[in-house]
Design a protein around this ligand. Structure first.
Ligand code: HEM
Ligand SMILES: *[C@@H]1O[C@H](CO)[C@@H](O)[C@H](O)[C@H]1NC(C)=O
Length: 496
């Protein structure tokens, strides 16, 4: 009897000692407790900072640019600052993505799609998507017409609304238009801006970004808790949000699959993929489920980031009337009042483009990019990141680096222009789309969307707070991405 108890105690002690021992050359960070690691420490910091990226900034001040933690069973490394981040992005071994129950809920308990996969399947599917999107005109003139038409529809829609109402929701005003541009590439069609189903889908996408916790949370560590606590574990809310998205995408794929196989002018990613599935020399990673997850990835990664940036952008404009004045001057000089701006005008509108860059820099819609995973033990600086550790890059730390920008908390578009103000400057500390092999694959599309929707909106309207003197808050809502807090505006048309 006594023997058994002693043995259990001994085993427990051994387990605890092993569990709190850090691997050799692990980056510095808070101490580890058995089982929870730094969980409690981080939990306390979350309470006092309210935003994850601010919490990491606090740890960087204490431990340096590479911080090591243990959250539950996962080893997590957070990398900040230009030097360490440049090294991070140059390491092939850090190009994995986290795995586990939580990440597989999105893809039928498998690793599918692009965003949360790695290895050969990821490579094949990413290449296919980029090739196909390029062939469909992404980043080329063919795309311009699509984006311009969407911007025109949006302005038309907002003009009608502005005549009826003094109180227009602005934080999500660009949602459907942004999704339409992506949906035209994926499925070859667009939605009416009053479409109720779409409004519901976009709000579902927004919500799914708030539920998801980048590290996967407790559910990823202990998947079985979903049976005991379906709601509290986050499982039921996640599935409830995902299933309408799955259904919507499934329906859309089915419709295109039934269409007679003629090469029509309205070609799209889904049709290309379905054609690929017919080929004999098919790579084993191609499947119907893979297609569904690919669409879900592009749908989620592409729409949320872009519309949040635009939502923040207009909020910043309300705070900075002198910037608005300069944009209007530039637009009047280059475009005139008789037509809307086009994508081709972009190279003649450096100030407006600098404003878009400054919005991306200061709003930090993806403050921690998307989590990576070490595929092999890998050296970073003088530290070693162990295999399977989750590794995150703080893009926020680059964009808010005082030693680089001088006055990072200031909204100052001029920092992106040369002295005479007629040429855009590239900054090495400006990486809103990440870098390396995992960099955003929709960057050129995102840039066209951001620029044209923003320029067209500014061209068409004078925007004021819905309640006089009440400016929107600039602090966002935390999640995988930062999103603007809901706010309302009054729109007046700029007349000819
Ligand atoms: C303002 C708009 C956008 C921002 C700020 C943004 C930012 C990012 C960032 C920071 C990453 C992660 C890089 C890393 O892992 O280090 C990423 C990945 C990704 N983005 Fe974007 N993105 C935007 C728009 C888009 C659009 C329009 C699309 C698609 C049409 C898209 C598709 C993707 C995909 C598929 C990935 C995952 C790539 C991979 O894991 O290989 N994004 N994006
Ligand atoms: C800024 O760039 C423009 C266009 O390249 C050039 O004409 C101008 O001289 C530049 N100004 C300065 C101060 O370098």
């Amino acid at each position: 009897m006594w023997h058994n108890i002693l043995l259990v105690i001994l085993l427990l002690v051994l387990f605890c000692v092993r569990d709190v021992r850090k691997p050799a050359f692990f980056p510095p960070g808070p101490g580890w407790l058995p089982l929870v690691g730094c969980g409690y420490h981080v939990y306390k910091l979350v309470k006092s900072h309210s935003f994850y990226h601010l919490l990491w900034a606090d740890l960087v001040r204490r431990f340096g640019p590479v911080v090591g933690l243990k959250l539950g069973r996962d080893r997590v490394v957070i990398v900040s600052g230009a030097v360490a981040i440049r090294e991070f992005y140059s390491k092939e071994e850090l190009n994995g993505r986290p795995d586990g129950f939580f990440f597989r809920v999105r893809s039928f308990n498998k690793r599918l799609g692009i965003v949360f996969t790695d290895g050969e399947d990821w490579d094949v599917q990413r290449r296919f998507s980029i090739k196909t999107l390029k062939a469909l005109g992404m980043g080329k003139a063919g795309m311009a017409f699509n984006v311009e038409k969407e911007a025109e529809e949006l302005i038309h829609h907002l003009r009608k609304l502005a005549r009826k109402r003094n109180h227009i929701a602005m934080h999500n005003a660009f949602d459907i238009s942004v999704l339409n541009v992506i949906w035209t590439l994926i499925a070859g069609k667009r939605f009416h801006l009053d479409d109720k189903r779409l409004e519901w889908i976009t709000s579902t996408i927004h919500k799914s970004f708030r539920v998801i916790d980048m590290s996967g949370g407790l559910l990823n560590q202990f998947p079985c808790i979903r049976h005991a606590f379906p709601t509290a574990s986050g499982y039921a809310p996640l599935v409830n949000l995902l299933s309408p998205l799955w259904d919507f995408l499934k329906d859309s794929i089915q419709v295109l699959n039934k269409k007679p196989k003629v090469i029509d002018t309205e070609d799209c990613l889904i049709s290309s993929y379905l054609r690929e599935l017919q080929k004999d020399s098919l790579h084993s990673s191609f499947s119907n489920k893979q297609l569904l997850c690919l669409c879900l990835d592009l749908f989620q990664a592409g729409s949320e980031t872009t519309s949040n940036t635009l939502g923040f952008g207009i909020a910043y404009m309300l705070h900075h009337p002198s910037v608005v004045e300069k944009i209007h001057q530039e637009l009047d000089k280059v475009v005139g009042r008789y037509r809307l701006p086009l994508l081709d005008d972009r190279r003649h509108l450096p100030y407006t483009e600098a404003v878009v860059c400054e919005i991306q820099r200061i709003a930090n819609v993806a403050p921690l990019a998307i989590a990576h995973r070490a595929l092999q033990p890998v050296q970073l600086g003088t530290y070693v990141i162990p295999k399977n550790a989750i590794a995150m890059v703080s893009l926020y730390s680059l964009h808010m680096d005082r030693s680089y920008w001088g006055d990072p908390e200031c909204f100052r578009p001029e920092r992106f222009l040369n002295e005479t103000g007629d040429k855009l400057i590239q900054h090495e500390n400006f990486l809103p789309f990440g870098s390396g092999k995992r960099r955003c694959l929709g960057e050129s599309l995102a840039k066209s969307n951001l620029f044209l929707f923003f320029a067209a909106f500014m061209h068409a309207f004078i925007v004021e707070p819905a309640i006089e003197g009440k400016l929107p808050e600039l602090e966002g809502i935390d999640g995988i991405t930062l999103s603007p807090k809901p706010y309302h505006v009054k729109l007046r048309e700029r007349l000819i």
